[in-house]
Design a protein around this ligand. Structure first.
Ligand code: SF4
Length: 263
């Protein structure tokens, strides 16, 4: 399968690097989505970088499918800040993969986001909150650290895809969220395109994929999946109604941005 392979790094124009005003974010997202909804992921990433420059971040779990988006982004700029949520509950294989993949792609600015010490001390002192309240656990280990980190950016890139199902079936390529612009360059791609891209570029896969994990999150909340017809995310919070950690869920109006101190 042929892809746009031009590896020229994109330079953002100074006129378009400023942050978006909250009132303008929804209109801008709608315009960008109309322009990019059928575009190749690399085109989406280039437009995002041209538009937002150093106000753009990429959020990656360094999970089962992460290599594709990170490789695409590295062709636009190896200096895009990559935000990695190190929840303290990740598989050791994920931490190893994060280091190896970042080195292989030459990414220069991978930032490890960790839960705030005070949030852990107050809310999860025994590191067992996941047993009784996964939403609260995800909130202090994922949502709050990411909210804090994204405060310095006007736009961010995610690796979500429509074929993952659930709420993602209606995913737009560009959307507005909390006054920021979210780019989802892989929204239109299915497993066949992802597999072809990995093969074409000989990208390393997460070590747990070969052990039956089609999606990889925290170890307490991720199970291997036997059924080849099951949803990609069937092993995440298996047996619960929960399907998302909360970082892609709209915050309630007036919600406090933090419950503790900074990282
Ligand atoms: Fe906690 Fe599980 Fe959420 Fe990880 S996925 S932050 S362990 S509830």
């Amino acid at each position: 399968m042929a892809y746009d392979q031009t590896a020229t790094e994109v330079k953002p124009t100074t006129a378009t690097q400023s942050a978006v005003s909250p009132n303008g974010a929804a209109d801008l997202a709608a315009r960008l989505d109309a322009e990019l909804r059928d575009a190749h992921p690399l085109t989406v990433l280039r437009k995002a970088y041209e538009t937002f420059g150093d106000k753009l971040a990429l959020v990656s779990s360094f999970g089962a499918e992460s290599a594709v988006l990170l490789h695409l982004a590295s062709q636009v700029s190896k200096d895009i800040p990559v935000l990695f949520l190190d929840t303290g509950m990740l598989f050791g294989q994920t931490l190893d993969y994060r280091k190896a993949l970042a080195a292989r792609l030459g990414l220069t600015d991978v930032r490890d986001l960790r839960p705030a010490y005070t949030d852990l001390a107050v809310t999860d002192p025994k590191s067992d909150l996941w047993r009784t309240d996964t939403d609260a656990c995800c909130h202090i280990r994922k949502v709050l650290p990411l909210d804090r980190a994204l405060g310095g950016f006007a736009a961010w890139i995610t690796g979500r895809k429509r074929f993952h199902g659930g709420d993602r079936l209606r995913l737009r390529v560009v959307e507005e969220s909390e006054g920021q612009i979210k780019f989802n360059p892989l929204a239109n791609w299915g497993k066949a395109e992802l597999d072809a891209y990995v093969a074409e570029h000989d990208l390393p896969t997460h070590p747990l994929v070969s052990q039956g994990f089609p999606s990889v999150g925290c170890w307490p909340c991720t199970k291997p999946v036997d059924d080849p017809n099951a949803d990609v995310r069937a092993g995440r919070w298996a047996g619960q109604d929960k399907t998302e950690c909360g970082i892609h869920v709209a915050r309630a109006p007036g919600a406090a941005p933090t419950v503790g101190e900074g990282i």
